[in-house]
Design a protein around this ligand. Structure first.
Ligand code: IPD
Ligand code: CA
Ligand code: CA
Ligand code: CA
Length: 266
């Protein structure tokens, strides 16, 4: 295993331990509002501190992009860690046991290593570019469906961007009409990891941030999925709009989403 992946795993596990411990005493968790329907807790922040400390102990010259503390330029700007300390904060606050830590390392803008860790189920999803994706050491593959019939597709609602409601539901309507069923589980990172694991047949969401998708994007691709934006291009970091599935199912999902795409979403 690459030493940088190893550090990513150590960082994610350290954060996961803090989160799992805090989950046992949720009434002591302190929640703050960051904006409309957008929350952060002292545990998100503590988890993020641990991740950054763990990384900087081994790689003090690397840069950091983290949800709760923003960008830290490193002396070596080729290396950048993209961190979501707690993906699924709303689930965590509500006591819904579905959230994860997401850590990715990008080298010259390309994601090389990725870790998603679910601390309650102790599931560790990992990938290094060109080396495949693993769950607790076992190789992952996406499902082999040929179209949307019977497909279970995950999604996220644009709860922080309610102006997208109409567009989003028009897209969801058209996907739902032809697929088997829909899931909205509340963690983008786990949605991507579950597609990689073949638990879900596809996933789409609008308006994600880089830390929501950096690790999951590599993991799902290394498991055999394609990842695009809603236009079928590769601007998902910029637009935050992401679609993933095996190539055949992806094509079908895109054909449902694209007609509703406005110019501002490209
Ligand atoms: C959120 C979760 C959620 C998705 C949101 C994300 P957070 O991340 O991934 O599933 O629908 O778009 O912001 O804020 O809990 O880290
Ligand atoms: Ca958040
Ligand atoms: Ca997130
Ligand atoms: Ca988060």
């Amino acid at each position: 295993m690459h030493p940088m992946l190893n550090i990513g795993i150590r960082a994610a596990r350290n954060a996961g331990n803090i989160i799992a411990k805090a989950y046992e005493n949720l009434d002591q968790v302190e929640t703050q509002s960051k904006g409309a329907n957008d929350y952060v807790t002292n545990i998100d922040k503590a988890a993020e501190r641990t991740i950054i400390e763990t990384i900087q102990k081994s790689y003090p010259e690397h840069g950091i992009v983290a949800e709760e503390s923003g960008i830290t330029q490193g002396a070596n700007s080729d290396f950048q860690w993209v961190i979501d300390p707690l993906d699924g904060t709303t689930n965590f606050i509500k006591g819904i046991p579905h959230f994860a830590v997401s850590v990715a390392l990008q080298v010259k803008g390309k994601t090389e290593h990725a870790v998603i860790y679910d601390p309650l189920s102790n599931e560790l999803f990992t990938a290094s570019r060109g080396q495949g994706a693993q769950l607790n050491g076992y190789r992952l593959r996406v499902t082999k469906l040929r179209d949307l019939e019977g497909a279970v597709i995950a999604t996220g609602l644009p709860f922080k961007q309610k102006h997208l409601t109409e567009t989003y539901f028009a897209m969801l309507h058209d996907v739902f009409e032809d697929c088997g069923d829909i899931r909205r589980a509340g963690s983008a990172a786990l949605d991507l990891a579950y597609v990689a694991a073949g638990r879900l047949d596809g996933y789409f969401e609008l308006g994600l941030k880089p830390w929501d998708l950096a690790a999951g994007e590599l993991i799902v691709r290394e498991a055999g999925a394609l990842v695009t934006d809603v236009a079928g291009g590769y601007n998902f970091y910029k637009t935050g709009n992401i679609v993933t599935a095996n190539p055949k199912v992806l094509k079908e999902i895109l054909s449902k989403l694209r007609p509703h795409l406005s110019d501002s979403m490209k």
